[in-house]
Write a protein that binds this ligand. Structure first.
Ligand SMILES: NC(=O)c1ccc[n+]([C@@H]2O[C@H](COP(=O)([O-])OP(=O)(O)OC[C@H]3O[C@@H](n4cnc5c(N)ncnc54)[C@H](OP(=O)(O)O)[C@@H]3O)[C@@H](O)[C@H]2O)c1
Length: 276
């Protein structure tokens, strides 16, 4: 859907003037859904001593409350046996979303207000995405004869974790450059209102593309998929949907930069160095 309507928020959503929600609040509400649904779906597969009914793969409030206990129980019960792959995948997902939903918005000076429709679309996507990816991990805990590799020394797994980590660090790094631009805005002397809010980013892969944070995000989720042994359909669908949302948005942002800043570097591409 965002692919069709072009993800109109932030610098690309300034024509939307009604039904706006506070940008940071919308962001937190939208993103926090993903880890909560992911982990509570997984927890519903775990055998909890005090709540046997949670073996049904259903999302419920009682599952949310039992998450910390379930996770600690499973970490001790399964780490080193057949659950090490899943535990690393869970760690990757939660680390990403702890940063994305809490640390990242708190580090920002401001976020543009978001249209309520975009927020609801984001919530819907994260509900579905958190559920199907959590379901895959939760159900693979239970499989004995499975195509899923449970061997943490598996080559796919090692490469996947390395690629994910690279993407994660790159994503945070370039997001941080964007966040810093606005924090440093008092040092700038641009005239128009828009230029006071937005600046030309420099540093890292910004030398090559306008949206390296998006490029790194795609790399992250490709890495997550590879770490599943290339066997999780929800994970590859997530990587593909991330690219199909962020690539068109990067192209729009790239055009917008070129139209907004006359001095915008001519050699930059939108999202893939030297290509797109
Ligand atoms: N997995 C997915 O499908 C998906 C989808 C969307 C986003 N994300 C990730 O979420 C993170 C944020 O994405 P986003 O779409 O919000 O990125 P964005 O549009 O580039 O904006 C990021 C933040 O930086 C500010 N900003 C952007 N360009 C700026 C500039 N030139 N000067 C000063 N400030 C600037 C924005 O302010 P304003 O809010 O005021 O515009 C916003 O607060 C990224 O890491 C992205 O990869 C993932």
């Amino acid at each position: 859907m965002l692919r069709i309507i072009g993800a109109p928020y932030g610098s690309q959503g300034q024509y939307l003037k009604s039904l706006l929600v506070n940008g940071k609040l919308a962001w937190v509400l939208m993103e926090i859904i993903s880890p909560v649904v992911y982990i509570s779906t997984i927890a519903s597969f775990l055998e909890l001593p005090e709540s046997p009914s949670t073996s049904l793969p259903l999302f419920s409030f009682s599952n949310i409350l039992s998450i910390p206990k379930a996770l600690i129980h499973e970490i001790y019960a399964r780490a080193g046996s057949n659950g090490s792959l899943q535990l690393v995948l869970i760690t990757m997902w939660l680390t990403h979303y702890l940063h994305r939903a809490i640390i990242y918005p708190l580090s920002q000076k401001s976020r543009a207000p978001m249209h309520v429709g975009i927020m609801l679309l984001g919530i819907g996507f994260n509900l579905l995405n958190g559920f199907v990816n959590g379901y895959w991990v939760g159900s693979s805990f239970q499989q004995t004869n499975t195509t899923t590799s449970n061997n943490a020394s598996d080559l796919h797994f090692i490469i996947g974790v390395a690629v994910f980590t690279m993407g994660f660090i790159g994503n945070i790094y370039h997001d941080h450059i964007l966040v810093s631009l606005r924090k440093n805005k008092d040092n700038k002397s641009d005239n128009s209102k828009q230029q006071q809010r937005y600046f030309i980013p420099h540093g890292g892969l910004f030398g090559l593309v306008s949206c390296p944070h998006y490029l790194c995000e795609v790399v992250e989720w490709v890495g997550y998929w590879v770490a599943t042994g290339l066997s999780s359909r929800p994970a590859i669908l997530f990587a593909i949907s991330t690219f199909s949302v962020l690539c068109p948005r990067a192209l729009e942002i790239h055009e917008w930069y070129k139209n907004t800043f006359k001095e915008y570097p001519k050699n930059r591409k939108a999202i893939v160095p030297f290509l797109i």
